[in-house]
Ligand binder design. Structure first.
Ligand SMILES: [Zn+2]
Length: 284
């Protein structure tokens, strides 16, 4: 799932390549992706892209006062396209959800892989009309240490859940929370409101460094290569069974119904593996 650094890199890319261009047409091929109906997508035609910004993990194209807001969800992505074909794409086939044509013949595709379709597109007059944006907590890159400590202190539950709850802190998802907790040498199951002052400082510094390192790697990349870049920078996330680059211990995972987390026992949990219901079931 694209998180703050990937979406920020897309913002930077679109600022350079789409701002100043006029939208020629928007072709919707996955009807369920569009969550609003007024104004219609056809209202974009003839309007200039005047700005691009980000709200947490939401991408926001300002098209002369209309906001095309995109939540890429788990398997969505934006592909920049040069020389788009003029013929409209066939609806309902393949991963394409929305194609936006610009007046210079270029444009972009919003796509979503897999069968669980949760990519969401909104066309609104103000981004605050998008429910997920209205509920966002402060941006992970904009909170200071005191704010961050207060957010965690007010949150009952595990620190992994606090970091990924967009109403607490905006921009961090499953991958970067694994990375941040690994850098901070904290168990994902620690209680957010029970962290010591020292742990909160470590977590805050780890969040800043993880996100800014990822941003440095990604901003300036072409939209097509951003995803691979994310993977290459990861230390524990999606690396189950591989050695931890810090200590050499084997990266382990805990599985949930539809997701999983990865961590290093030596770096994060005093060498003890965390309970994993699926693993213990398999071993029984
Ligand atoms: Zn380690």
């Amino acid at each position: 799932m694209p998180e703050l650094p990937e979406v920020e890199a897309l913002v930077a890319f679109l600022r350079e390549n789409a701002v100043g261009r006029v939208v020629a047409r928007a072709d919707l091929t996955a009807l369920q992706a569009l969550k609003t109906f007024d104004p219609p997508l056809s209202a974009l035609a003839g309007l200039e892209v005047t700005g691009v910004t980000r709200h947490g993990k939401f991408l926001d194209l300002d098209v002369s006062g209309l906001h095309l807001v995109v939540h890429l969800a788990r398997a969505g992505w934006l592909h920049w396209r040069t020389g788009l074909p003029a013929a409209p794409p066939k609806p309902g086939k393949g991963p394409l959800a929305l194609r936006v044509h610009l007046d210079d013949g270029n444009g972009f595709d919003l796509t979503e892989q897999g069968t669980r379709k949760s990519l969401a597109v909104y066309l609104v007059h103000s981004p605050s009309e998008v429910p997920g944006i209205g509920r966002l907590g402060p941006d992970a890159l904009l909170v200071d240490r005191e704010q961050f400590a207060a957010l965690l202190a007010g949150r009952h539950g595990q620190v992994k859940g606090a970091l990924t709850d967009q109403t607490v802190l905006a921009g961090i998802g499953n991958a970067y929370s694994d990375e941040i907790l690994h850098t901070a040498r904290l168990s994902p199951f620690k209680m957010a409101d029970k962290l010591t002052d020292d742990e909160v400082v470590r977590l805050y510094d780890a969040m800043r460094s993880t996100l800014t390192d990822a941003l440095d790697r990604q901003v300036g990349q072409r939209a097509a290569t951003l995803k691979g870049e994310k993977r290459s920078g990861l230390q524990v996330h999606a690396r189950t069974g591989l050695p931890c680059p810090v200590c050499g211990d084997t990266v382990r995972e805990v599985s949930f119904a539809d997701t999983s987390l990865q961590y290093c026992p030596t770096c994060q949990t005093g060498g003890r593996p965390l309970a994993d219901r699926r693993m213990s079931k398999l071993l029984r």
